[in-house]
Design a binder for this molecule. Structure first.
Ligand code: GFB
Length: 318
């Protein structure tokens, strides 16, 4: 297994995002001194020539591919071309450049939505490509499946040490709290904080409240990524999750409790539910020696504390 020394040149692609910033925090805590980052303005990862020139100049030894166009159910279903094109281009350019440049190891990040909509639960890694995908995020899922296939193909054809981690739904500091683009957890947190402040009697929850989702705190994901980078070298997706899920209604009730919102929860059946359930089978990674640590309530409390600080500093976009 290649050793990621403290002075190894490590490129974190997507370091401004929730996952990338958690990775940077984690790697800095571990004493890594040679982190390479670029904002999307400095380097457009959809531009093949720019990505190739960047890899030639910086010669990273380890790459965490956490850059992606991401969003919640609404953004995924209304912007499919962008989710497909951006994510295909980012993956193809970064993975190919990593190959050309002889990168020691690359970790590709995907998502649990790569699995078929009605795959048996909990989702095992071998459910990949066994059935039709969920409609609301098919474009994104196909880009993420292509990225896994790229990693596995470069492993098979060229012996590259490229691995793929598939996290469940994530949340935490640096999440997107914009209500049109965000995922459910930050959306409900924001709605409830604002409703409490205004003294509003209710908040609106999309869909029926019955879909089941699993939530992983982003610092746990960063920990898993570092573990996989150090310890795992295998083809195929590796699930990263908690192995525990809950309904959107139960999630809303828990957030309300943590926020201190006592109003009514109103469900809007006109909004999509998405996939009914996507609970990860995490036994592959737990057998390898990693499991999640942060409980959902604690993670929500830590996310709320971060969000409140952002609000106080006037950093929340409306
Ligand atoms: O988090 P979310 O947008 O993504 O929605 P998915 C999860 C569930 O929460 C859905 C419901 O059933 C939503 O209808 N929900 C309730 C809400 N209220 C809200 C709200 O105010 N905002 C949002 N966003 N949802 C995404 C995929 O699926 O998850 C991506 O589209 C990716 O591809 C990501 O995999 C992790 O879990 O449905």
């Amino acid at each position: 297994m290649p050793v990621m020394n403290k002075d190894a040149r490590i490129y974190v692609a997507g370091h401004r995002g929730m996952v990338g910033s958690a990775l940077v925090r984690r790697l800095e805590q571990d004493g890594h001194t040679n982190l390479i980052t670029r904002t999307s303005r400095e380097l457009d990862l959809r531009d093949q020539a720019a990505v190739r020139a960047f890899f030639q100049e910086e010669r990273p030894q380890f790459v965490f591919l956490a850059a992606a166009k991401v969003g919640g159910i609404l953004a995924n279903s209304t912007l499919p071309a962008q989710f497909l094109y951006d994510n295909l281009m980012i993956a193809a350019n970064v993975i190919h450049a990593a190959h050309e440049q002889g990168v020691t190891k690359l970790l590709n990040l995907g998502s649990s939505c790569i699995y078929p909509r009605l795959a048996p639960q909990p989702l095992t890694e071998d459910a990949l490509l066994t059935g039709p995908l969920e409609e609301t995020n098919r474009a994104y899922a196909i880009a993420k499946i292509a990225a896994i296939e790229l990693c596995d193909s470069y492993r098979r054809q060229y012996g590259r040490d490229f691995v793929s981690a598939m996290p469940t739904n994530l949340y935490g500091p640096e999440d997107n709290f914009d209500l049109h683009g965000s995922h459910v957890l930050p959306a409900l947190m924001r709605k409830m904080v604002e409703a409490k402040e205004r003294g509003a009697p209710s908040v609106e929850i999309w869909g029926s409240g019955t879909p089941l989702r699993e939530f992983l705190f982003v610092d746990d994901l960063a920990d898993a990524c570092v573990f996989i980078m150090r310890e795992v070298s295998e083809a195929g997706p590796i699930n990263v999750g908690t192995g525990v899920d809950l309904s959107i209604r139960a999630l809303a009730e828990l957030i309300a409790e943590v926020v201190g919102f006592r109003g009514e929860l109103v469900f809007d059946a006109g909004k999509p539910d998405g996939t009914p359930r996507k609970l990860m089978d995490v036994s592959r990674l737990s057998k390898l020696g990693w499991s999640a640590r942060v409980e959902l309530r604690e993670g929500i409390e830590r996310t709320l504390a971060w969000y409140e600080r952002q609000r106080q500093q006037g950093l929340v976009r409306s």
